[in-house]
Design a protein. Sequence first.
Length: 293
Amino acid sequence: MGLKRVQGVVLLVAATGLAGGLAAWAAVKTAKATSGVVANASFRSVVAPATADCPSLNKKQVLVLGRGQALGGPFGSFNYAFGTAAECSQGQNAGAPVPALGNCHNVPAGKPFFHVHGKGFYMTEDGSVLYLVYEELSQNPFIFGAPPFALHDCGVWQVDGKASTGIFHGAKGTGSISADVPVAADFSAKVSADYVGKITLDKGSEGPKKLQDVACTGTMTDTPVTGNLTVAAGASCDLEHSAVNGNVVVAKGGSFKMQNSIVNGSVQCNGCKAATSVNSTVYGSLDIKNEST
């Protein structure tokens, strides 16, 4: 089977981990007590170049970056949470030991499967950031033949309370992941996933008193920006696999490129040299005027 098919399928499988973190947030805003978490999330993802943590396809490992938002859960005063995730999907041969991940039993005995490890951060509009790690099993797409077909993924998630900030700092929580992945003929899909579990906020945790604006020069990777992102006149910014809670404002003569990232506000560029979006999402407007050369 060709590389294109392998990348396309793993791309869809990997996206499910993103929604786990978003959904985990859903219950924790309403009370500083252990609460049930039941939410649904939607997201998109792309296959990325190899890294040290996820070396290469030759070793049956593929790095996937995802971005998206969760809607419809008990979000308190907010309507949604949004963020990014990165995961390494590793192919396992038939007969390989199947990890015990909660109530996840989607891998047929003696069949090849994908073992997925991921992490992500997810932000509320007040600037609180929830960090999550997760582990999943995915049915091997090659047993289905050519698409369209539907995969089922499942696994577990856990809150990283030490890395989390704002109302999520010191939080504890675990839960399960269950997702159906309808794979179209071109290997695309709009994945919908459900997440169930419990989260407990630390009693002393509070939301940030002020959103933090960030001036970007050079490359920013895996970064949650709780306020606005600014690019000064003549400066160049490459935002990679990151999330901006506010707006992106590019000054005259500046350059901005976002890859595999998500902006909760708008991207504003008046007289800038360039503003480019690659595999990214902007929930507000994309306002580019008088672009210079």
